[in-house]
Design a binder for this molecule. Structure first.
Ligand code: HEM
Length: 400
């Protein structure tokens, strides 16, 4: 029985070493937490089975949902009240058919074609950020000066959120996602963002334009509170994940100079390299993969009963030797798109085409324009966010 969960990462480039032992033990391992017992899914095939959504719920309202086990003390009145405030439009926590209503409305906004139209804007943002770095250089913090502002500017532009307010919502987001902060402090930060976005949506409702927010409003298919929840989710999911990936990806590539040189020589290799970076780094691990069985079922030869909570260890599934050869190696030419870095099934990342475009443009442009780019701290000194829900670096000092 695995007693220690969550297990912290100790290295920026690898999941906790305990995952390999758990994977070896069984596809499903029982973990005893202070508030009860959950199943940890350790292998790739079973991860896909659970995430496909059949007989599985993701809703924290479903009895047995693992978040209540992770946060012992049960659903306190404060927790219940906060969840109710935050629930409208937060479709990542909804099951079909409710979930499908949101997905259908939003999918056209994130298709490959729509994202292709956004590429010149993303390129422009990347170039401007690098211009600023060159102007202030020859030193920079790749998190604050590039990794964070790039996806943040992209999603703000897409949602019509004034980027001038980024310090406000980024500081609140950081608090909200910091697993170490007091629960009440995290709840207050989330409420502040929601209130801020509420005012923004109210203003847009008075004269909706032909942009993402305007189209959602004029569709007439969502209530005001649901629209606020959708924008909140997109803002959060749209910058926190890619922002963590960019600096970590840069550091990974710098540690593999031969592969980086090959990418510089043949930029067509970037899309494939991005897939491998997503698999290898797995910045979203179990935290998004909280599920509960809604019927008795067999998963990986194990009977899982209705009402039992499940966490899929995404970072373990992405290193499963049954799905990937030499899974711990970083191989920019691997060409494996079956990773679960964007999840799988009904909740698979809505913004994945956008994320791919951002990563590809950010990395290619950075290495093209700063050929001498290197970190000024050793791998051991790099400050990493070992306590955050989404993994990444706190800072990455570089020069060129
Ligand atoms: C490298 C960047 C990204 C990574 C690694 C990532 C990862 C993920 C993962 C693992 C999920 C599935 C969660 C689950 O199964 O419950 C997810 C869902 C989601 N992501 Fe992303 N994401 C990224 C970028 C983005 C961007 C740029 C956007 C938005 C514009 C976005 C919007 C969403 C939304 C809305 C969902 C919920 C989908 C649903 O429940 O139907 N993500 N993401």
């Amino acid at each position: 029985m695995a007693q220690i969960f969550p297990v912290r990462r100790r290295c920026p480039f690898a999941p906790p070493p305990e995952y390999a032992d758990l994977r070896e033990q069984a596809p499903l391992v029982r973990a005893e937490l202070p508030g009860g017992v959950v199943w940890l899914v350790t292998r790739h095939a079973e991860a896909q089975q659970v995430l496909s959504g059949k007989g599985i719920s993701t809703s924290p309202a479903t009895p047995g949902h693992p978040n209540h086990v992770l946060h012992p003390g049960g659903p306190t009145p404060e927790r219940e009240a906060h969840m109710a405030d935050m629930a409208a439009g937060h479709f990542i926590d909804l099951d079909p058919p409710e979930h499908t209503r949101f997905r259908k409305l939003l999918i056209p906004e994130f298709t490959v074609r729509r994202v292709r139209e956004l590429r010149p804007g993303i390129q422009d943002i990347a170039d401007r950020l690098i211009d600023d770095m060159l102007h202030k250089g020859p030193e920079a913090d790749l998190v604050a000066d590039f990794g964070l502002p790039l996806p943040s500017l992209v999603i703000c532009r897409l949602l019509g959120v004034p980027y001038g307010d980024h310090e406000f919502f980024q500081s609140r987001t950081r608090t909200m996602l910091n697993a170490l902060d007091d629960e009440q402090v995290r709840f207050t930060a989330a409420s502040e963002i929601r209130n801020y976005l509420g005012a923004l949506v109210t203003a847009a409702e008075k004269g909706p334009e032909d942009d993402l927010l305007g189209r959602i409003i004029t569709s007439g298919r969502l209530t005001h509170d649901e629209i606020v929840g959708v924008i909140f989710l997109l803002l959060l999911a749209g910058h926190e994940t890619t922002a963590n990936m960019i600096p970590l990806a840069v550091l990974t590539l710098l540690r593999h100079p031969d592969q980086l040189a090959a990418l510089r020589a043949d930029p067509d290799g970037w899309p494939m390299a991005v897939e491998e970076l997503l698999r290898h780094l797995s910045v979203v691990d179990w935290v998004a993969f909280d599920r509960v069985a809604i019927e008795d079922q067999e998963i990986g030869g194990q009977l899982v009963r209705r009402g039992e909570g499940i966490y899929v260890l995404g970072a373990s599934a992405n290193r499963d030797e049954r799905a990937f050869e030499r899974p711990d190696d970083f191989d920019a030419r691997r060409g494996a798109r079956n990773h679960v870095a964007f999840g799988y099934g009904v909740h698979q990342c809505l913004g994945q085409n956008l994320a791919r475009a951002e990563l590809e443009i950010a990395l290619r442009t950075l290495f093209e324009r700063l050929p001498g780019l290197r970190a000024t701290v050793s791998d051991e000194e790099v400050p990493a966010k070992y306590d955050a829900a989404i993994f990444g670096l706190q800072a990455l000092p570089v020069t060129w």
